[in-house]
Design a binder for this molecule. Structure first.
Ligand code: PEP
Ligand code: MG
Length: 580
């Protein structure tokens, strides 16, 4: 028996024999051709493009029939990429200029794009490199005339082990037979992982060299909750994981039953559960789990995916898509939270010594007014299509909020002057992410329609612990009493002023914090859609009075450890499958 640890990418436990998927790299030798053959090669390129686009269109249509909207979008994204004329032109130009083979030119052109993505500082952009490799492979398949091994005729339960499963390969897996996925490479937000979650296949990625350690038929356990893969488990371990898998299945059934029930406490206090999203593709899942709206739409992906500033039109179509898909439920769009580790350090903007304390978030927006106005105009225009709220990130002082409001007022008057419609009464709120904002929340509330507590950054700035630095990860805890005091101050500040307050940091998605947050007075939580059913189950199992007692005890504690111990003790009986 051997245990490997990777990154959990799709929850659940799978136990089945492995099937190894070849990485199917097509080695492309650098080969030049006789000039007379250039037109033939160009013809091959055009035919490969047309066939690949045709195949993607067909796959897209099939997914539509099956009702898999999110997966259909993935094929559409790949098709759009191939339909972009500049890519085809670049490949044809290479053949013309250097008299190289079609496959050589495809390999070279895609190689450049792939490198740009793979080297990006930002995780989201890096993880899009897998899509580039996927599209390239499809094109090469047609250029060279290779037959791909098919996975759609498995006929028995397996766990797929691969170096890196391509997103469109994952999209075509049949969850009746593919019980789990384990990959050497990959990331949590790659399209492969998103697809695995959509299909409900337990998945662990970034396992390093799993493919080198597993043979076809080896029994595997994939634990998509903890990120562990066990090779050739002992009978005791197998029994332990079978029991865990069963109890998760029971929990899933319970959660399914309450899916359409309201999130109310036992004493009938309603709680609003909203979804945090990063990509429009997630909306299908948001609706499936019964979220009442989007409480946090992080818009950074628009800048990070393309690596360039998106146009107002790109912003608009993205927001329009989400708003329309949400069918009248409110969508809170957070304006660009760039800076720190996202976008600015790798662009033309000056590198900073302390980016997390530097020109990030709303500070960056206020300094790059044109970018900010473009986004605000797009959000306002989209507000004509359905209920929208605008949320400014990391507001630290009342002055910053005034300045942000001024830019918004400018965007509104500009649209008005152009006769472009938008909702006149879009609520404008702020994220409370710094101790300064929490302490001044009573004053900030005068100029904000709502607060959303960003507990990730609030923890980082309160404790002076970089949230992304593994060396101090043990010091990063939202359960520190200092953080809890600031959450309470913010909730009280909002309540006194009569404005809405929610919490949208990771703590909202962690069952152990649910009672505490309700006890601190929160009645709206925004979290990753995957966890909405579990959080709802806890809410439906408790009373407000119980939660208030939990919060009082936490506020009186001396340390995060003490707080966590009592939270786990209170929550374990409500969701035993979650706490081993
Ligand atoms: C937060 O800081 O808690 C938050 C929700 O924002 P982000 O994680 O995007 O910084
Ligand atoms: Mg934040």
């Amino acid at each position: 028996m051997q245990t490997k640890t990777g990154v959990p990418a799709s929850p659940g436990i799978a136990i089945a024999p492995a099937i190894i998927l070849d990485s199917e790299e097509y080695p492309i030798p650098e080969r030049h051709i006789d000039r007379a053959l250039v037109p033939t090669e160009i013809d091959r390129i055009n035919r490969a493009f047309d066939s690949a686009i045709g195949e993607l269109t067909e796959l897209e249509a099939q997914q539509h029939d099956l009702g898999q909207i999110g997966i259909r979008d993935l094929f559409a994204v790949h098709r759009h990429f191939l339909q972009d004329k500049s890519l085809r032109t670049k490949i044809i130009n290479l053949v013309n200029a250097e008299a190289m083979t079609a496959e050589c030119a495809i390999d070279r052109a895609f190689g450049d794009v792939h490198q740009q993505f793979a080297k990006a500082n930002d995780r989201y952009v890096r993880e899009r490199a897998a899509d580039i490799a996927d599209v390239k492979k499809r094109l090469l398949k047609y250029a060279i005339g290779i037959k791909e091994s098919s996975l759609d005729t498995l006929g028995q339960e397996v766990i797929i082990v691969a170096k890196d499963l391509r997103p469109t390969q994952a999209a075509l897996l049949d969850p009746r037979f593919v019980k789990g996925i384990a990959c050497d490479a990959g990331g949590k937000t790659s399209h492969t992982s998103i697809v695995a979650r959509a299909l409900g296949i337990p998945t662990v990625v970034a396992l390093g060299d799993l493919t080198g350690s597993v043979a076809r038929g080896t029994q595997l356990i994939v634990d998509g909750n903890t990120g562990i893969v066990i090779i050739d488990p002992t009978s005791d371990t197998l029994a332990e994981f079978r029991a865990a898998a069963e109890s998760i299945a029971t929990l899933q059934q319970d959660l399914q039953i309450i899916r359409h029930e309201p999130a109310v406490t036992r004493d009938q206090m309603p709680v609003t559960l909203l979804a945090n999203i990063e990509f429009p593709e997630e909306i299908e899942h948001v609706l499936q789990v019964g979220a009442e709206g989007v409480g946090l739409f992080r818009t950074e992906f628009l800048y990070l995916q393309a690596g360039v500033e998106p146009s107002e039109e790109v912003h608009y179509t993205t927001y329009a898509r989400v708003i329309q898909a949400m069918q009248g439920r409110p969508v809170t769009i957070r304006t660009m939270d760039l800076g720190a580790d996202k976008f600015t350090q790798s662009h033309r903007f000056t590198p900073e010594a302390n980016p997390f304390l530097g020109l990030r978030s709303i500070r960056f927006s206020l300094k790059h007014r044109d970018m900010f106005v473009a986004q605000l105009r797009a959000i306002l225009r989209a507000s004509a299509l359905g209920p929208v709220k605008i949320m400014f990130p990391m507001i630290t002082t009342p002055k910053e909020l005034t300045l942000a409001h001024e830019v918004l007022a400018y965007a509104q008057s500009d649209l008005r002057a152009g006769g472009i419609p938008f909702a006149p009464d879009v609520p404008v709120g702020i994220m409370i992410e710094t101790p300064a904002a929490a302490l001044m929340s009573h004053r900030l509330a005068r100029c904000a329609a709502f607060f959303s507590i960003g507990s990730n950054d609030l923890t980082q700035y309160t404790l002076a612990v970089d949230r992304g630095n593994p060396q101090v990860a043990d010091l990063f805890s939202a359960a520190e009493p200092a953080v809890l005091e600031l959450i309470k101050t913010t909730v009280d500040g909002a309540k006194t002023a009569g404005i809405e307050v929610s919490l949208c940091g990771e703590m909202a998605a962690e069952p152990k914090y649910t009672m505490l947050l309700l006890g601190l007075g929160l009645r709206t939580l925004s979290l990753i859609p995957q966890m909405i059913p579990e959080i709802k189950k806890i809410i439906r199992s408790v009373t407000v009075a119980e939660c208030e007692r939990v919060a009082d005890a936490a506020l009186a504690a001396d340390s995060a450890e003490q707080v966590l111990e009592s939270l786990v003790m209170r929550t374990r009986p409500l969701l035993p499958q979650f706490f081993k």
